[in-house]
Unconditional design. Structure first.
Length: 217
């Protein structure tokens, strides 16, 4: 026979259940707060949706972005609370797209404040010297477009203003970047991309295991 539970026993069980429930609720709340803090100030995950950074980054690459690389910012006003080093030429950065601030873009820094950037027949020059291109840069169209038609292959020279950056995609002939819409404000830089933590090839419906863990240069 099952023992009969009196009111005192039931109250104790209810109290124990509330204590366990509250303990789990606190743990979940703390985990959520920590996750939000890390995402806001430390590191954030992004997925590459387009081919503007091929071959460096492929469509379906999932990357981590270091949000402390250029200092700690107010997440609302984007003013710098704790200063760090500014973005450097060659860094791959995530930033708020100036034309549509609801979107994030990823490109490579070509020019920093004070630099003079010019493109002559697809070749990039910074301060009169050829820009040292990383291995992932590619050109897919052999045709040269005159600067009078559009700025893809012939552009500038322009001087990067204070508190601004000039950025370009590594897939140079298939990238919509500073050549077309202008400079990126430093305050709108979200962080520096540093590693691929997952990559999915949607065309062949399989993961790209060889890319997982690759550092982004």
């Amino acid at each position: 026979m099952n023992p009969i539970k009196n009111n005192t026993t039931l109250n104790k069980e209810k109290g124990g259940f509330r204590a366990i429930f509250w303990e789990y609720a606190q743990a979940i709340l703390i985990a959520l707060v920590l996750a939000l803090f890390i995402r806001t100030f430390v590191v954030q995950a992004f997925k590459i949706p387009s081919g503007s950074m091929i071959k460096t980054l492929l469509i379906g690459d999932h990357i981590l972005v270091n949000k402390l690389a250029y200092g700690v910012k107010n997440p609302v006003t984007r003013t710098v609370w704790i200063k760090s080093g500014p973005p450097e030429r060659g860094d791959v950065i995530v930033f708020i797209y100036p034309v549509d601030r609801k979107k994030d873009f990823i490109k490579r820094v070509i020019g920093v404040p004070g630099d003079t950037v010019q493109i002559i027949n697809k070749k990039v020059f910074v301060n009169g010297k050829p820009f040292k291109e990383p291995p992932g840069v590619q050109h897919t169209d052999p045709h040269i477009i005159p600067g009078s038609v559009q700025p893809r292959d012939n552009f500038g020279p322009v001087t990067v203003p204070d508190e601004m950056l000039f950025v370009m995609g590594d897939n140079r002939d298939q990238s919509y970047d500073s050549r077309f819409w202008g400079f990126v404000p430093l305050k709108d830089v979200k962080g520096k991309a540093f590693i691929i933590y997952w990559s999915w090839d949607a065309e062949h419906f399989k993961p790209r295991l060889d890319r997982i863990g690759d550092l982004i240069h």
